[in-house]
Every structure is written in C-alpha cells, then in structure tokens.
Design a protein around this ligand. Structure first.
Ligand SMILES: *Cc1c(COP(=O)(O)O)cnc(C)c1O
Length: 432
C-alpha cells in the first residue's frame, strides 16, 4: 500500500505513526504521503520520457479537483507538474501553490464570464472550450480584455467510460464536450476570430477507467480530427488527452499500467507532431492518501423475524468526510492501524450522520476491532477531502501532509466558534 505500511505492527504514513498523529491532530483526518505523490508523478513523467518525441513537448497537468490542497499542489509543482482547473478558485489555488499560469489549463462546462476574464487576466496556458455558446462568450470577453487566448475545443468522442455512471463524461448523452462534426465546424469558426487562437483539441471521457480500449478509441478520433482540420489549412499543435486512468482500490484489482497508457498514446500520436497534455487526477492522488478514523462503538442488532442480525461498526468519520461510497458505491479498504489477533468479523461500517446513505460498506469482513481503535480508509487521497462538507455541523475534516518523519497540518480542523462565527444572525432576529 505505497508509503502506508506497518512498522512494528503499527500502520505508518512514511515514518509517522498514525497513532501519534491521531493523538495530536484528532480524528477523522486525511493523511497524505509526499513520497507517494512524487512517485506517481515520476512514473508518468518517466513513461513520457521513455517515448521520446512521439508526444512532443508534454505537459502533465494535475486535475486539481481530485485534491486541491495547496500543499499537495505545491508538492507536485516542485516536480514541474501543471494544473488542470475547472473554476477560478482552482486557478487561484494552483497559482498560490507556485504553478505558473503557463502550466495551467482551464476546463469546465460552465465557466462564467467573470471566470473567463480572470483566466485571461492571469494568462493561463489554454482554455478548453466546451460549447459553441461558450466560444461566443469567450470571444466577447477576450475582445474586452484585449487578449487572444490559446484555446482547445473539447470533443465528445461518444466513447463514455469509467467506473460509475456518475463519472462517465464522454458518452453521447453526457453534458461534456462537443460532437465531432460540430467541433470541427467550431474550430474553423474560432480560427476566423481575431480574439482567440485555436491550438488544439481536448477530450476527457470519464474517470476510474481501467481498460485502455476506450481511451485509445478517443485518441484515435483526436488524431483523425487533427488531420481533417489540417487538410482545411488549419493549425493544430496540441492534443489534450484528458485524465481518467483508474487506480486499484483493492489489492489485486487490475488496472492498466501508467506506462502502457502513455505508450499507447505515443503510438496513436506518433508522427502527428503535436504537444500532448495529460490531466491525471485520481492516478496521482488516490493512493497517496488515507482517511484516518476512530471507532466510536460497535452496535449489535440481534436477528428478528424480518432478517438476520447486523453488527454496525460506527466510526467518527462519516459521509460528509468521504462521500465516495454513498455517491458512487465506491469501495475503500478499511484497515485497522494496529490489527488485533482473532478471527475476521463481518461489519456494516457506518458513520454518525443521520442518513442511511452514511454507510461505507456492508458485510465487510475485516480483522476484529474494539471501540477506540483507529482504522484507515485507503485510496482516499482523490475525491475525498475536496468533496467534504460540514453536514450535520461536523467540523470540516482536516488534512495532514507527511514527508519522511515530518508532518504538517495543511488544513486545520475548524473549531465550533469558527463554524458559528461564519454565520450571521439577521438583524431583525437580534433581540433589542
Ligand atoms: C476530472 C477531470 C480530470 C481528472 O480525472 P481523473 O479521473 O481524476 O484522472 C481530467 N480532466 C478533466 C477535464 C476533468 O474534468
């Protein structure tokens, strides 16, 4: 499990004991490993380098939405990683983390005029246009700003893929991207404007894709479209290949290897003379993080006439801290920090939130635990903390970044005063 391994029987993050961390910071808490983040980036960068010039001058742009903590972004920035962003807030985070605007791509189906103006103002590398009406608005905003941004047209290749219907983005009925013929026409129209400069095409067909075939189909389509546009005398110098490569959430799960994925892209793009952009999110961050939680209690419910008995493992983490199981039926392994001996037990693992959806797993067989024990949800570094909320007025889950034996709280847990002070009582409700 990457850099989360037991030392003397206690699960550690790199060289930091999760028992010590839980005692100092409290639980629940996300814990990220610098070494894993760095290793994942390097695996991808080395695969790119191994394929020579086939992919041109490559930008690896981390999809900020997967884990937008500024220290996580800064860790990747130091390795040369760029950012794929979907809002002004994410652009601001990337800049704060030291990622230069020249390595920031701005994507997303609903960029406002204000966000577009901001992106032009800071001078992002490229804006991925996702609809004809967005192009119209961008042209107006660019004219007003006297800017001429590089743009890519996001194509919907009609190959949807991904681990769950809610994370499939390239299918015919999905809201993302522009159908092929319309995208070709829009590219030509953009080329005739003095206010934008079309430089390429983009796609992103889904997330948690474990098989290369749908990705290859999309890349082949981008190649064909590039040739079609060039036959019309239009310039195409960049292909944004999106993200979406899946990760193993369970020991033994099969996913395509990053090196095979990059080699496939190089094979498809070879000789095309374009610069490729990769936008991995989950691939870099998922297995670089865990969610550490403490067992509050174990509630046994005896079998009755209607059904079998159940054993609920009630944790201090809940769906507001990690929503993937409730939202995508996602699987996360839950491992005790200090495993006890004894036979494996079947638990329904739940949080304290007042919703039946606050269930992390049903009938999960794992080593026995007792109230007060610590457990870790593995593979929680992507789409974990970023989707957390304060539902049930549970303080926003904090984040810790570990580096060797060092660690830092990179997002503190708010106090109840912090939470209450953010709200105001309407004047007419205040007693005179
Ligand atoms: C979400 C997203 C990504 C990253 O997806 P992963 O599955 O996390 O790799 C990349 N590009 C775009 C446009 C996205 O919306």
């Amino acid at each position: 499990m990457n850099h989360f391994e037991p030392i003397d029987g206690i699960l550690h993050a790199e060289e930091v004991s999760l028992i010590d961390l839980a005692e100092t910071v409290g639980t629940p808490v996300y814990v990220y490993s610098t070494a894993t983040l760095e290793r994942h980036y390097r695996v991808l960068a080395e695969a790119v380098a191994a394929n020579g010039k086939a992919l041109g001058d490559v930008l690896i742009a981390f999809a900020v939405k997967a884990n937008s903590n500024v220290s996580v972004l800064a860790t990747l920035a130091r390795l040369g990683c760029g950012a794929d962003t979907v809002s002004e807030g994410e652009i601001r985070r990337a800049l704060k983390a030291g990622i230069p605007a020249s390595r920031i791509v701005f994507s997303g189906v609903g960029k406002t005029d204000g966000e577009l103006a901001y992106a032009l103002d800071v001078g992002v590398r490229q804006i991925n246009v996702e609809s004809p009406s967005e192009l119209d608005r961008l042209i107006v905003v660019a004219e007003r700003s006297a800017a001429c941004p590089d743009i890519a047209i996001r194509v919907n290749p009609k190959v949807g893929a991904g681990g769950h219907a809610k994370i499939t983005t390239g299918g015919e009925g999905d809201k993302f991207g522009i159908p092929v013929d319309e995208a070709l026409a829009l590219y030509a129209r953009a080329a005739s404007s003095h206010h934008v400069r079309p430089v390429g095409l983009a796609c992103h067909i889904g997330s948690q894709i474990t098989d290369l075939a749908p990705l290859e189909a999309a890349f082949v389509l981008l190649r064909q479209m590039t040739m079609t546009l060039r036959e019309q005398g239009l310039e195409v110098s960049r292909l944004d290949l999106g993200g979406g490569l899946g990760v193993p959430y369970q020991g033994g799960a099969m996913t395509a290897a990053p090196a095979d994925y990059v080699a496939m892209a190089a094979r498809v793009l070879d000789g095309l003379d374009v610069d490729a952009v990769f936008e991995p999110g989950r691939l870099l961050a998922a297995n670089a993080g865990i969610l550490l939680s403490r067992v509050i209690q174990i509630t046994e419910r005896a079998a009755d006439a209607d059904g079998s008995g159940r054993r609920f493992l009630v944790l201090d983490a809940a769906m507001n801290d990690l929503i993937r199981p409730a939202m995508y039926d996602a699987f996360h392994e839950v491992v005790p920090v200090t495993p006890r001996s004894g036979e494996a037990v079947s638990y329904d693992i739940v949080g304290p939130v007042c919703e039946t959806g606050d269930t992390f797993a049903r009938d999960r067989t794992m080593p026995p635990v007792q109230p007060g024990d610590l457990v870790a949800f593995t593979g929680a570094g992507a789409y974990g903390a970023v989707m957390s909320s304060e539902y049930n007025t549970r303080p926003l889950v904090p984040e810790v970044l570990v580096r060797n034996a060092d660690w830092a709280v990179v997002r503190p847990r708010p106090s109840y005063e912090d939470i209450l002070d953010r709200e105001a009582t309407a004047g007419w409700l205040v007693k005179a």
